[in-house]
Design a protein around this ligand. Structure first.
Ligand code: DX5
Ligand code: ZN
Length: 227
């Protein structure tokens, strides 16, 4: 099933609870929460206390993307705040295996991601424990950037490895997703799509979610051989 995970980085933070409810109405599957510490990436967003406050606004799973230097220190906080899936970067300063195990010990789904310059193979040693992997299709830090098509080799490599091992692990792509690029990402084997600007700024959000899912389903795995 193709899933849409709206990135609240592009929502109106002044009425965030309403925005979350609106995404539920539109048929979103997850809520993508971008956590930035101003150190791992050159931008600051929000922390666990805010996640806790908005938890009651929707029943949709919280897909928390940690762009922070030391995720291990904060796993308990985000689990307590109500995260359902926690994604962190292999390039962080915390021990990766220990951080994955910490997330799992809290009964929360673990996910790993890589920046554009990092190979997908850095995720392979942990794959058996992950419910999701995230391929960044922009340099993390800001919404509204252009999709990097050259990341599709990583999506295809992960799809092949996940299928070869018979794992139940989703592949999410994040950055610059729109009607055109979602077809490309699904074609390479992605099945969860983060959308910030394209979704929150669209006039018919429900129509956009429906269209995105239809385009993704139609193109899924169609061009994996190309990569
Ligand atoms: C970038 C974030 C993304 C971003 C996506 O660092 O991880 O989640 O908000 O936004 P769009 O879809 O606008 O590229
Ligand atoms: Zn993100």
């Amino acid at each position: 099933m193709m899933k849409i995970s709206p990135s609240i980085l592009s929502c109106d933070y002044g009425k965030i609870a309403e925005e979350l409810k609106d995404m539920e109405r539109c048929g979103a599957d997850y809520i993508h929460i971008d956590v930035m510490d101003g150190h791992f990436v050159p931008n600051i967003t929000l922390g666990a206390p805010v996640v806790k406050c908005i938890r009651s606004a929707t029943d949709l799973p919280f897909d928390v993307h940690l762009m922070i230097s030391e995720p291990l220190k904060y796993i308990d906080d985000f689990c307590d705040a109500g995260a359902d899936i926690i994604t962190f970067h292999t390039e962080c300063s915390s021990p990766v295996g220990e951080t994955v195990d910490k997330i799992l010990s809290r009964g929360v789904k673990a996910s790993l991601t890589v920046k554009p310059a990092t190979p997908a193979e850095d995720i392979f040693p942990y794959l058996d424990k992950l419910s999701m992997v995230l391929v960044m299709t922009v340099e993390p830090g800001f919404g509204g950037q252009s999709f990097m098509e050259d990341m599709m080799g990583k999506v295809a490599a992960l799809r092949k490895e996940i299928d070869r091992r018979g794992l139940n692990c989703e592949i999410e792509v994040d950055g610059g997703i729109n009607e055109k690029t979602i077809a490309v990402a699904a074609g390479a084997g992605a099945d969860v799509f983060v959308s910030g600007n394209a979704l929150f700024k669209s006039e018919n959000r429900k129509g956009t979610v429906e269209k995105f899912k239809a385009i993704a389903a139609e193109n899924y795995l169609k061009s994996i051989a190309k990569y």
